[in-house]
Design a protein around this ligand. Structure first.
Ligand code: ADE
Length: 231
C-alpha cells in the first residue's frame, strides 16, 4: 500500500512512522508513506498556501492552486483509490472504515489547516472526508497519523500475530474483554480463577461474556449493532 500525505507540517508527521509497528511495516515494504510538503507546490515567492476568506470573517483558508497542483501531479503518476481529507466535519472514523482502507493500494491524505480548504477542492478532488472525533484539533496532521495507524496495523503481515487484529475491540461490534498478567495475586487483588484453569473453551466463553457485558454497559450504540448483527 502507498500512502501520500499532503501537509504543511511534514516534520510533525515523521515520528509516528519511525517507531514500533508502523516503522516495521515500512521496513518490511508492506507500506510506503510519503510526506509531501504542500509549500513545495506553491507558486508564490513566500511559499504561501493560504489566503483570506471571501466574504470576510476570521481565519485563513487553504488555497486551491498548491493543493490542486500537488494532487494533479500525484494523479499523473498513479491511480488513487481514495483522496481523503482530514476534517472535523467529515464522517467519524470507525473500525469498519479502517478495515476497508487497509485493502486499498494507493491513497492520498490531505491534512487540513486554518479555517479549512477552499470548498472547490472538496468538490472536485476529495473522495472521502474523515473526522477522528467530535473535537477540533489545530490541524489535520494528528488525525492523519491516527488514520494511518488504524489502517496500517490491519494490513496482512504487519502484526506478528495475525489473529490479534481480529480480536481487537470493535472488530465484531464488541469491546475487548479485560486482560491480566503475572502476578496472579497482587496484594490480595486476584486474577479471575477461570483464567488460571487451563480450560480453553470455558475461558473463551468467559471472555465473550465479559466483552458483551462491557459493550452493553459502556457502548450501548455498538451493543445494539452487535445484537442486530449489523455494521
Ligand atoms: N482537523 C481538526 N480537527 C479534526 C478532527 N477532529 N478530525 C480530523 N481532522 C481534524
Amino acid at each position: 500500500m502507498r500512502i501520500d500525505i499532503i501537509t504543511i507540517h511534514p516534520q510533525l508527521l515523521e515520528s509516528p512512522f519511525q517507531h514500533s509497528i508502523l516503522k516495521r511495516a515500512i521496513a518490511k515494504g508492506i507500506v510506503e508513506v510519503n510526506l509531501i510538503n504542500l509549500r513545495d507546490y506553491s507558486t508564490f515567492k513566500q511559499k504561501q498556501v493560504d489566503d483570506y476568506a471571501f466574504g470576510g470573517g476570521a481565519g485563513m483558508v487553504m488555497m486551491i492552486e498548491p493543493i490542486a497542483n500537488c494532487i494533479e501531479q500525484l494523479k499523473s503518476e498513479r491511480t488513487y483509490d481514495e483522496i481523503i481529507y482530514t476534517t472535523p466535519d467529515g464522517e467519524t472514523l470507525n473500525q469498519q472504515q479502517c478495515n476497508r482502507f487497509s485493502t486499498l493500494k494507493n491513497i492520498i491524505i490531505l491534512c487540513g489547516h486554518y479555517k479549512g480548504i477552499d470548498e472547490r477542492i472538496r468538490e472536485h478532488f476529495i473522495t472521502k472526508e474523515i473526522s477522528i472525533g467530535d473535537y477540533v484539533l489545530s490541524g489535520g496532521e494528528l488525525a492523519a497519523a491516527v488514520l494511518c495507524d488504524g489502517i496500517i496495523r490491519l494490513i496482512p503481515g504487519v502484526l506478528n500475530d495475525e489473529t490479534s487484529a481480529l480480536t481487537d475491540s470493535f472488530q465484531d461490534n464488541l469491546l475487548a474483554p479485560p486482560v491480566y498478567t503475572r502476578p496472579a495475586d497482587y496484594n490480595g487483588w486476584k486474577v479471575p480463577e477461570i483464567l488460571l484453569s487451563g480450560h480453553l473453551s470455558n475461558i473463551d466463553k468467559w471472555r465473550h461474556e465479559k466483552s458483551v457485558e462491557r459493550t452493553k454497559q459502556r457502548r450501548p450504540d455498538i451493543y445494539s449493532k452487535f445484537k442486530n448483527g449489523t455494521d
